[in-house]
Ligand binder design. Sequence first.
Ligand code: ADP
Ligand code: MG
Length: 291
Amino acid sequence: ATPTAIMVGTGLGAKRGVLFKNAMALETSARIQAVVMDKTGTLTKGEPEVTEVIVDGLAKAELLRLTAAVERESEHPLAEAVVRYAEAHGSGRLQASGFENIPGHGAAAHVDGHRVVVGNRRLMEAEGIDLGALAARREELAAGGRTAVIAAVDGRAVGLIGIADAPRDSSAAAVSALHESGVEVVMLTGDNEATARRIADQLGIDTVIAEVLPGDKAAKIAELQRGGRKVAMVGDGVNDAPALAQADLGIAIGAGTDVAIETADVVLMRSDPLDVPTALAIGRGTLRKMR
Ligand code: ADP
Ligand code: MG
């Protein structure tokens, strides 16, 4: 590898806010065959917003009060969206006790003498809670690309909060640019299959790996690397750090968490998904000059 080619490549990247941390990162970029992209905060803006509230057997304000009491104790972006919405709708505040965070699933706590569980379908299954009349509504929300936060009170499902997180403006263009250069694109997410599938369809992504628990993302990357395939991972979250480390090339969204940025080999300062194909193209250009 000629130092000059490395310097030119690094400089080209820096001009576009694509920071290669070392020469190895630049060289690996040229050889990437598949790019795995985290959904929330990478392909989407990571600004979830409540779009609908569906209740079964209690008032909307009561559902929001109970759910927000639990979610106020959580740091999950979905929880923040729920709390913001409840506060904007003046549902009133209740204090939760005995808060339990259930990673990749949701949360639970005691509120006003009731046990309140909020989270995804898998969490309700684990708790032995049947969705009843809400099951069909949950499917509709997911088919529309919404993430449904299910709320259960004392073992009974009582409501759904539909949450939307819009794709970043350039996500679809980034996917098609990667496809044009012969790179496979995979979506990796903890969100449910139907929601992820809908967003993947909007963006032109063929392969979706959904409902992956935070601790399992790195293992999914290792599976994709079988047979020596060179895999890049693009992510923004604390959850993504082990996967970024496992990948041949870890790419962090600049607006992401410090852990993701520290773990990655490349940082996209503009947080623009289109800079993913740009990074790989700069790598290929550098490699050509080195031959
Ligand atoms: P991701 O950020 O990729 O969606 P997570 O592993 O953080 O992945 O969460 C997976 C799923 O678990 C979320 O999509 C959501 O359905 C559910 N979940 C996790 N935490 C919460 C929470 N505090 N409130 C509601 N749902 C949650
Ligand atoms: Mg994310």
